[in-house]
Every structure is written in C-alpha cells, then in structure tokens.
Ligand binder design. Structure first.
Ligand SMILES: C[S@@+](CC[C@H](N)C(=O)[O-])C[C@H]1O[C@@H](n2cnc3c(N)ncnc32)[C@H](O)[C@@H]1O
Length: 225
C-alpha cells in the first residue's frame, strides 16, 4: 500500500481513536444512527442453527448481542481497540445474560489474533479506520472457516457529497489514515484478499436518517475460500 509521507504517525492516530471511543463508550448505544446500521446488517447474517461470529471493531457489542439472541447456540467474539468499549460490551452481555460472548481488547491491524474457523465475520463502521486495509482484510479472511461469510458495512464514496468532503478533510487537513472508499475499490480489495462472490448486498441512501444528514452506506458480502 502506498503511504503518503505527510500523514500523521499511525500510533498517535490510534491513541486518538482509542481515546475518542473511550470517551463515548458509556453513551454509544444512545446514538440511533449506529444501532440502525447494525440492525441493517443483522438480517444478512446466515440463519444456520450453529455458528460463530467475529465482530471486528465491535464497539459495545450491541450487534453481537442481537445476533446471539436471534440465534441461540451461536458463539461470538468481539475485538475492539477501546478498553472502555470492551468493558461496556462485557458488562452489557452479562446484564442481558448472554454468556457465549467474549470480548478482546486489541488493534485488529497489529495485535496477534490466532482464533480461526469463524462462520461469520462482521466489520461495521470500522473499516475506514484501518491504515492498511489490504492486510486487515486478509486477516479477516484468515480468521474465517472456508465458506464463511464476511459482511462489511461502511460509508460509500459514490454519490455521497458529505462522505467526499469528509474523505478529503481526512486526507488533506486532518492528515490521518481514515478513508472512505468507492464500493468498486472495496470489491476489488476483498477479492484480492481471497474472498469469492464479493458483491453489494445492500445500500442505504437517505437524506435524513436516524438524526443524521445524508447517509450513504454500503454493505458488502463475500465468502472465504
Ligand atoms: C463507529 S464504531 C462502530 C462500532 C460497532 N461496529 C457498531 O457498528 O456500532 C468504531 C469502532 O471501531 C473501533 N476501532 C477503530 N479502529 C480499530 C482497530 N484498529 N482495531 C479494533 N477496533 C478498532 C473503535 O474503538 C470503535 O469502537
């Protein structure tokens, strides 16, 4: 991957992202926009009677809790950078008596992750933070069992004026690695990471949705080989 030499130090950025999500962890689930995204992904998770789901950048674990409630007998693992998101996720899972969930604090890009064989992997509203999206996608692929599904939801650049402005701001003003992508780019990236049958499973385009101006999201699905 080409790295712009003018970009800020990745470690400093990671600290800033971690600190931000630590600050919002206690109120994160009050934000209907984030929960609505998770809800949109939820119905695309396979209905198989047994399974294991990995959620990368799981936040407070809201989506994992819904999936395990929908599918008794499934197990779930969430990974998140923010210690307070992870702590909140653990507390909420226990409060809801969902015991087949574990939460791991770590940076998906750099922390060792040795668990494999998941039937589903999710990455919702998190992929844009990755400084090296190619390597991150390959790591998701390696964590899945052959035939496992990957569902990636993120902001889409095509036809999304505000997303383009944000992407430009990140590139030239904030100078961090946060990026929003064209769906065609993400499809190619996931295909190169080893996924087959990569396609757009859904799009959400709304002028005003869940308290937020201009939502342009894409949900991609792919199958691990
Ligand atoms: C916008 S939140 C999305 C949370 C959840 N997926 C959802 O849809 O509600 C982004 C999450 O990604 C986490 N995150 C950002 N960069 C990460 C990284 N490199 N590794 C693991 N988690 C990361 C943040 O701590 C935060 O909890």
């Amino acid at each position: 991957m080409k790295v712009n030499p003018q970009l800020n130090d990745v470690q400093t950025e990671i600290e800033e992202v971690r600190a931000y999500f630590d600050r919002v962890a206690s109120t994160y689930e009050d934000n209907p926009w984030y929960l609505a995204q998770g809800n949109s992904v939820r119905r695309f998770v396979t209905k198989a009677t047994t399974g294991s789901v990995l959620d990368i950048g799981c936040g407070t674990g809201w989506l994992l809790r819904q999936i395990l409630q929908d599918r008794p007998g499934w197990m779930g693992t969430g990974v998140d950078l923010s210690p307070l998101m992870v702590e909140t996720a653990r507390r909420k899972a226990v409060a809801d008596k969902i015991l087949d969930l574990e939460f791991i604090e770590g940076n998906w890009e750099t922390s060792p992750f040795t668990k494999t064989g998941f039937s589903t992997a999710l990455c919702v509203s998190t992929f844009h933070y990755f400084a090296d999206p190619q390597t991150s996608a390959r790591k998701v692929h390696d964590a899945l069992a052959p035939g496992g599904q990957f569902l990636l939801m993120d902001r889409e650049l095509e036809g999304a004026f505000l997303n383009k402005i944000w992407d430009t701001m990140h590139k030239w003003c904030i100078k961090d690695h946060c990026r929003f992508y064209r769906s065609s780019f993400l499809i190619q990236l996931l295909t190169e990471a080893g996924f087959s049958n990569v396609k757009i499973a859904a799009r959400i385009k709304k002028y005003f949705w869940k308290g937020k101006l201009q939502t342009n999201l894409v949900l991609l699905s792919g199958t691990a080989s």
